[in-house]
Every structure is written in structure tokens, then in C-alpha cells.
Design a protein around this ligand. Structure first.
Ligand SMILES: Cc1cc2nc3c(=O)[nH]c(=O)nc-3n(C[C@H](O)[C@H](O)[C@H](O)COP(=O)(O)OP(=O)(O)OC[C@H]3O[C@@H](n4cnc5c(N)ncnc54)[C@H](O)[C@@H]3O)c2cc1C
Length: 437
């Protein structure tokens, strides 16, 4: 049997990127490569939060699960991200209401804090050590940004979310000691984590519940058969009753039908040397922060008091040649106090952008479901979608069907034009950010 009929190139050399997270990850086993032809009730493709959340919820409800990861657990966005637990989806409720109507907004509005709750439950139930800290802060540069946040607070309160508090410039400085902002809004129910250690802890929990995990196992083709689905990998195969595809931005050619629904985009993070007492001076509250611009900065302190500062977006998902040169000036604008500190780690990762910024869920066949496209805000969304996928396999399809019914918008002009179109889009948003309109 040709196990790689489309000649899918491996997208990884099998090692974690040179991130602070990889350097500080908890001890964990290396799971084997699949080298046999095996059977499973459910086969999950992708060892990021979407796949791990789906697997854990399925295992908890009594299913038998095999999970295939092309590189390492948490190798993708889930092990490289800003670690910010932000409630909601990337697309605002207002935007969802305008694009898809009040009913869709009401449906999503009822779910905006559930992903956060799932993360906290998994951390507590499985004793996951991932440096959980409380609260997240939205930073505003202008009065227009402040108004945007006030509107968000009002809108979310309608869905019973009352954890938001507006902060004027002085109140904001109690949380984050920077002069560049006009104020902001704190979400007392948000938080932040060491993202790779969360993924590794979830994988360990799945194994404890009986899952079979395989790393360095690239899926090359997924084919429905008479009473099952055949998942081909480079050296083996899984014949499963149900398949859940969670490869997100890294899936690319392995499932051609999903390729044009999303576009990979990269964003970068730098980690300074440990800052000692300076860390507390900069972020006395130890919260995580993101500003509300379209091309945003996001940052927080690590457990060992480094500044982890992220930003930038490269459409198409390539890595910039010099990440520190790109991100450091942004960090120094917010915190000039960091001018002379050393940057010890710099890395890039891909997230999956959907044209509407609303993540997508659906099925390619009654036995093949997928979720992807969190558009850069997916720590909570991926956990939520994993649970909804599991519910759907358990026969509770109400939420799955609602998301499935949200129309997805292809990138105009097809695949060849996705990057240029989005570059124009980002140029427009960058201009809006710059002139505050
Ligand atoms: C640098 C960065 C910073 C971010 N910061 C934040 C943040 O602070 N807060 C927030 O909410 N969101 C953030 N995000 C987004 C968030 O990390 C993602 O939305 C989320 O992790 C997506 O999880 P996932 O499991 O769907 O995808 P991924 O974590 O990318 O996992 C997909 C997995 O599938 C595997 N895979 C792909 N193809 C195959 C195949 N053919 N065979 C086998 N395995 C395959 C990949 O190796 C990968 O491990 C950030 C993203 C990046 C890149």
C-alpha cells in the first residue's frame, strides 16, 4: 500500500521549536511512531488543544481513542502561544450579529466563557502543572478603543458575563506600569498558563484514561470506506469508526477539502532573560495583556519572571528572518525600561485564520468531523470546540449543528490570492490602528 499517495511533505523535523516553553517543559515521555495497521473506535488527528480536548472528553464518556500527532504533542500553536486565557472567540459578538444575525450571536454569546471553564476543570481534575495565573487585561491606546471596550462590556453583560471592569489611565497603571495606554478593561475571570505544559498535561491525562498516543506520525490521507474510515500515516494506518481532524494551520495538503477554508498566518514571541524585581515593577498585578488593535501586542510574565512579548502577523505563515528585530521595538515602546535586557528566546508559530474570524466546525462525511480557524484567539475556543466535537460523536449534536450551519466564507480569489488579499486587509487595519479610526 502506498502510505503517502499525495507525497505530503513532513512540516516538522520532529523537534520542538527553540521556544522558552520547550526549554521549560515538564518531564514527559516521547510517544511512539505508529508502525502498524491498527483499529480504533475514534481516531483524532492533531495533538494540539482541539485534538486533546476532543480526546479527553471522548475518553471521559467511555470511548476508545487513538490520537495521531505529526510532530510532538503541543508542537503547533498550542505549545507556542501567548498563554492567554481570553474568553470568547476572535470575532466579536457584534460582528457575529451583523454577519449572521441575532440568533447566531445569542448562541455564541451563551458559550463565551465555557472554554475557560473547561481549561480550569482539566487543570484541577488531572493535576496539571502549568503555572496558572489569574485575570487578563485588554489595553486601549485611544478613546475610540476605550469606547470599543465599554461597548463590549455592555454587550457581554447581556449574556450574564459580569467579570469585566473598565480601568482609566491611573487605574490601569496599577496593573501595568506603562505610559502608552489610555486605559483598558480587565476580565477578572481570564488568566494565563504555560501553554506547552498544559498540552503535555492533557496528553498525559488522556493516556491515563486509556488513549493510545502516537507522535512523529504524519497523516497523509483520510478515506471513508464502507463501514469505517481509513487513516493512512507514513508507516501505518488506523481503521476507525469516527475521525476527528484537528490539524489546524499545519494540516495543509493532508485533507485537501479543508485547505481553502483557512489561511495559515504566523505570529512571533520573544522571551527576555529573567527580570528579578523589575518584573514586578512592570506588571505589578502579574496579569496577561493584549491591546485591542488588529495587529496587536500581547505579553505577560513567565513563572520565572521573564517578559514574554508577542506580536506581528505574517500572512501565509512564514517565519521572519530576525524575530527579535521585529518584536523588540514593540516591547521597548511599551516598556522602555527593557532597553538593555537580553532576549534569550525567540520563536514563531502558525495559527489558522478564517475569513470571518469565526472558527469553523463541520463534517466532511458522517464519520469525519473537523474544527479549526480560531484566528489567533483559540486557547479557550479550541477547548470548547473539542468538547462540542465529542458531544456530537455522543449524539448530542445541537451545538455542533449550530456551528456547522454558520456559513464559511472562502478567501476571495481562491488559494492563490489568499495571501495578497489578506496583506491588503492587514495594511488597512494597520492604518486604522495607526490613526485610531
Ligand atoms: C505564537 C502564537 C501565539 C498565540 N497566542 C494566543 C493566546 O495568547 N491566546 C489565545 O487564545 N490564542 C493564541 N494563539 C492561538 C492558539 O494557540 C490556537 O488557536 C490553538 O492553540 C489552536 O489549537 P489547535 O489544536 O486547533 O491547533 P494546533 O495547536 O496548531 O495543533 C494542530 C496539531 O496538528 C498536528 N498536525 C497537523 N497536520 C497533521 C497531520 N497531517 N498528521 C498528524 N498531525 C498533524 C500539528 O503538528 C499540531 O500539533 C496563538 C497562536 C500562536 C501561533
Amino acid at each position: 500500500m502506498n502510505r503517502n499517495p499525495r507525497n505530503i511533505p513532513a512540516y516538522s523535523d520532529g523537534r520542538y521549536p527553540g521556544s522558552y516553553y520547550a526549554a521549560s517543559r515538564n518531564e514527559h515521555p516521547e510517544y511512539p511512531t505508529l508502525q502498524d495497521d491498527i483499529q480504533a473506535e475514534v481516531c483524532v488527528v492533531g495533538g494540539g488543544y482541539s485534538g486533546l480536548s476532543a480526546a479527553l472528553h471522548l475518553l471521559e464518556s467511555g470511548h476508545e481513542v487513538v490520537l495521531l500527532e505529526g510532530a510532538r504533542i503541543g508542537w503547533g500553536a498550542s505549545g507556542r502561544n501567548g498563554g492567554q486565557i481570553v474568553n470568547g472567540l476572535n470575532a466579536s459578538l457584534e460582528r457575529i450579529q451583523k454577519a449572521y444575525g441575532q440568533e447566531a450571536a445569542d448562541f455564541v454569546g451563551g458559550l463565551v466563557t465555557r472554554g475557560n471553564g473547561i481549561i480550569r476543570r482539566l487543570i484541577a481534575d488531572y493535576g496539571i502543572q502549568c503555572d496558572l495565573k489569574e485575570k487578563n487585561l485588554f489595553a486601549a491606546y485611544t478613546e475610540a478603543h476605550m469606547q470599543f471596550l465599554r461597548d463590549k462590556q455592555t454587550l457581554w453583560a447581556r449574556y450574564g458575563m459580569n467579570e469585566h471592569e473598565m480601568l482609566d489611565k491611573d487605574a490601569f497603571k496599577q496593573y501595568v506600569n506603562s505610559d502608552v495606554y489610555a486605559g483598558g478593561m480587565i476580565d477578572h475571570s481570564g488568566g494565563h498558563i504555560h501553554p506547552l505544559n498544559l498540552a503535555l498535561g492533557e496528553a498525559a491525562a488522556a493516556v491515563r484514561l486509556g488513549a493510545r498516543l502516537f507522535e512523529h506520525t504524519l497523516v497523509t490521507e483520510i478515506t471513508p470506506e464502507h463501514n469505517s474510515v481509513l487513516v493512512l500515516t507514513e508507516q501505518g494506518s488506523v481503521r476507525a469508526q469516527q475521525v476527528v481532524v484537528c490539524g489546524n494551520a499545519y494540516l495543509d495538503k493532508a485533507v485537501p477539502a479543508l485547505r481553502d477554508r483557512i489561511m495559515p498566518a504566523s505570529t512571533q514571541i520573544i522571551a527576555t532573560e529573567p527580570l528579578g524585581d523589575l518584573a514586578h515593577e512592570l506588571i505589578p498585578s502579574d496579569v496577561c495583556v493584549e491591546d485591542v488593535r488588529y495587529i496587536l501586542d500581547y505579553y505577560r510574565l513567565s513563572a520565572d519572571k521573564r517578559m514574554l512579548f508577542g506580536g506581528g502577523t505574517v500572512y501565509g505563515g512564514t517565519d521572519p528572518a530576525d524575530i527579535e528585530a521585529k518584536i523588540r521595538p514593540n516591547m521597548e515602546k511599551v516598556f522602555p525600561q527593557l532597553k538593555d535586557v537580553k532576549v534569550e528566546f525567540a520563536w514563531s508559530g502558525n495559527f489558522a485564520l478564517s475569513f470571518s474570524r469565526v472558527p469553523q466546525m463541520g463534517e466532511l462525511h458522517p464519520r469525519i468531523k473537523f474544527a479549526h480557524g480560531y484566528s489567533g484567539h483559540g486557547v479557550t475556543g479550541s477547548h470548547l470546540f473539542g468538547q462540542i466535537l465529542s458531544d456530537a460523536i455522543n449524539g448530542n449534536t445541537a451545538e455542533f449543528d449550530r456551528f456547522k450551519a454558520i456559513p464559511w466564507i472562502p478567501f476571495p480569489g481562491g488559494r492563490a490570492f489568499r495571501v495578497p488579499y489578506s496583506v491588503v486587509g492587514s495594511w488597512w487595519y494597520a492604518l486604522r490602528d495607526r490613526f485610531g479610526f
